[in-house]
Design a protein around this ligand. Sequence first.
Ligand SMILES: [Zn+2]
Length: 310
Amino acid sequence: MPELPEVEVVRRGLARWAAGRPVSGVEVLDARSTRRHDGGPAAFESQLTGRRLTAPERRGKYLWVPLAAPGGMALVAHLGMSGQLLISSPETPAQRHLRIRVLLEDPVGQGPDAPDAEPALELRFVDQRIFGGLFLDPLVPSADRADQLLPASVAHIARDPLDPYFDADSVHVRLRARKTGIKRALLDQGLVSGIGNIYADEALWRARLHYARPTETLNRGESARLLAAVRDVMEDALSQGGTSFDSLYVNVNGESGYFERSLNVYGQAGRPCPRCAAEHRDTVIVKDRFMNRSSAYCPRCQPVPRRARW
Ligand SMILES: [Zn+2]
């Protein structure tokens, strides 16, 4: 499942290859992939055709491309469990689970026969499990900044830690008010967005906090340390993403190189804690069942709190 860093890689790829291009054709190959669009696949095709894509934006794991005026609309990509956005040449053979093709003309719209026109490209939505999809959504003002527009379907999502307007102090106040376990709070997209299971476990390990720590016991310094750890983990993942935008290929599949090289606790149960090992202590990472998933932590670096909120 794609997490924030993977979605950000896709956003950057779209910014490089798709922004500024007019849509000259849309083909929905599987109606289920436009089920969030009012009016279904035919309306999606006709409403998107002829519009121009602008610079893509992201909040948490939510990605959208505002359309140039008129109308205040955005093309929203919901990647779900297995959704991928690919940029390819229109001649590239269809991928096995190709659901939607969006033909993009050259950015200045001077037509394919103009001497310095860039070649047409195709934005493709590929989705094996069909939990994701594309749809058009009206833009509405953000709750905390009236000058910032975002799709109506994203309006309830909180800012993520990489957002320039992310406010760690206000998150701290709201964290304490939740009176829940810290990891449950981190996974709540209405409080902080973009944190999935992997990034929660890795950030809690870096901040030396146990996942069942009651949020109301966190002081301002601990909250700041935790949110900084979340940001660091995400930035590390981004810097190790290794995706080359020159390859004319934008992809998200939840398998960046980060997952192989840099995990300290997630998926590491039974292995030594790297921090303890550096201090010549043998502590083994353990894994608990948690919200139908799991939580991995170091029992020495992240001791179970006396009053835990599981
Ligand atoms: Zn440790």
